[in-house]
Write a protein that binds this ligand. Structure first.
Ligand code: GDP
Length: 464
């Protein structure tokens, strides 16, 4: 691998673009995890030190590594991007959690669709979210190696091999791919096989891939780079040296540090000692960064909680941030560095971002608990679509107080708590029985809605 080209090095050239943040979405079992693993694995097997960097919650693949993985398809000289930052947790739950400024934190998304299975409920959900947040994306039509008669070409670009397949395999794959393109078009997207898409803005490229053999991944990387470059140039206003802006991925207790924040930084810089404002359950929290932590390099033997300390971190990065008073911080909430600005202004911005998530509540309805601000928003949207009224909606585990609130309902269908990805405190568990309140807890929204609707139907049948 050549030395970092000064023209593409974010630290050396203040005018250069920041690393785009890439999220992977799609229906369960369509291959999101495998695709991420394959990309990370292929990058590492490029064999050079620094082929990838593990961040908190994300993996950075530098431009040189992308370029050597994609061969002729990505010429490093053509790009001002430092590389790609892949969010490690696939799925639209993490995508919704990672919200920023009312939109998505991820700049670009990969929608994975199993080429044999086509569109499924979570594919539709993911498309909805991508459309709502205006996130540019590419479709990875995955598992092309499973087409009967298909002859896998490990780690090869797909365009050449696609043309050389036997007619039968070619025809089957064509049919499946065109079905996906048709379904995208039904959902209101203009889409085509990526090599026929001239301008990816508003036009969705479909890239046939195999997360198993690696075939097509060079093409996928090339499309991602092209899409990112255009998007980062035209849509992003970034000040890499300015005060950092980020989103809380998770609030975690860490030995020796107490409550810490796993943060994805999407703009600016955070430095040890910086004063920050973080969104908390009771409103903005003002505190000061004690330490910035990142997992130790992969080559070193490490346990989960072994970190190296950094003095300063620049966007885009995933970093663990240790600071006092973080117990009430919320996953999905904004983090802002105050540096050079009035504290009141920054608090105002955090308050404004927190109040963006408005849930329309009614006098009668169910109680909703979700693990992050973003998932609370997604839940509220899904329930509105299903015409299920909400009495109260909050971020956090199910507590006795929630059971007490739900128990005030007179209708059985409202004596309900819908939990998305939350824990139930043991006192609350007891109260659920005592107060005859039903809890539905799931980590898939449409499943949660379905379970609840089934319960309501059953109740109605019983009453007839
Ligand atoms: P996720 O739920 O979307 O993260 O899906 P996974 O990555 O866990 O994949 C689900 C299953 O599909 C696993 O058994 C994978 O081994 C398999 N799988 C994923 N990608 C491919 C592929 O490209 N080809 C084949 N044959 N199997 C795949």
């Amino acid at each position: 691998m050549p030395d970092a080209n000064p023209d593409t090095d974010a630290d050396a050239d203040p005018g250069s673009l920041r690393t785009p943040i890439v999220a992977v979405l799609g229906h369960v079992d369509h291959g999101k995890t495998s695709l991420l693993d394959k990309i990370r694995g292929s990058a590492v097997s490029e064999g050079e030190a620094g082929a990838i960097t593990q961040h908190i919650g994300a993996t950075a693949v530098p431009l040189d590594t992308v370029s050597s993985m994609a061969g002729d398809l990505v010429m490093a000289d053509d790009f001002d991007l430092p590389g790609l930052l892949f969010i490690d947790t696939p799925g639209h739950h993490s995508f919704s959690t990672l919200r920023a400024r009312g939109g998505a934190l991820a700049d670009i998304a990969v929608l994975v669709v199993d080429v044999n299975d086509g569109f499924q409920p979570q594919t539709e959900e993911a498309l909805d979210i991508l459309q709502r947040t205006g996130t540019p994306f590419v479709v990875a039509a995955n598992k092309i190696d499973t087409t009967p008669g298909w002859n896998p070409q490990p780690d090869a670009p797909v365009q050449e091999t696609y043309d050389s397949q036997s007619d039968r395999a070619r025809q089957m794959l064509d049919e499946n791919l065109y079905e996906i393109i048709g379904q995208l078009s039904d959902a209101g997207f203009s889409a085509d096989l990526y090599w026929r898409v001239q301008n990816f803005q508003g036009n969705i490229g479909v890239v046939p891939v195999s997360a198993m053999t690696g075939e097509g991944i060079p093409d996928l990387l090339a499309v991602l780079m092209g899409l990112s470059q255009r998007y980062m140039k035209t849509e992003m206003e970034i000040d890499l040296g300015g005060p950092g802006k980020g989103t809380v991925l998770e609030v975690k207790d860490e030995k020796g540090f107490g409550a810490t924040l796993d943060v994805v930084l999407y703009d600016g810089t955070v430095t040890e000692g910086d004063r920050i404002v973080v969104g908390g359950v009771e409103g903005p929290i003002v505190t000061e960064v004690r330490a910035l932590l990142r997992p130790r390099a992969l080559s070193e033997i490490r346990t989960e909680a072994e970190f190296e300390r950094l003095d300063s971190v620049q966007a885009a990065s995933g970093v663990k941030l240790a600071a006092p008073d973080l117990d009430d911080a919320m996953a999905g909430a904004p983090v802002r560095v105050v540096r050079g600005r009035h504290l009141e202004d920054v608090i105002g911005e955090v308050e404004a971002e927190l109040s963006e998530i408005e849930v329309d509540t009614q006098e009668q309805g169910v109680v909703v608990k979700a693990d992050t601000l973003g998932s609370l928003e997604a839940m509220a949207n899904a329930l509105r679509e299903a015409e299920i009224p909400i009495l109260r909606a909050e971020v956090g585990d199910v507590a006795p107080r929630d059971v007490a609130v739900a128990s005030t309902a007179t209708e059985a269908e409202n004596r309900v708590i819908l939990g998305f990805n939350v824990d139930v405190l043991s006192d609350a568990e007891r109260e659920l029985d005592r107060q005859d309140v039903r809890l539905f807890n799931h980590d898939v929204i449409y499943q949660l809605v379905e379970d609840y609707e089934e319960f309501v139907e059953e109740r109605q049948r019983e009453q007839q």
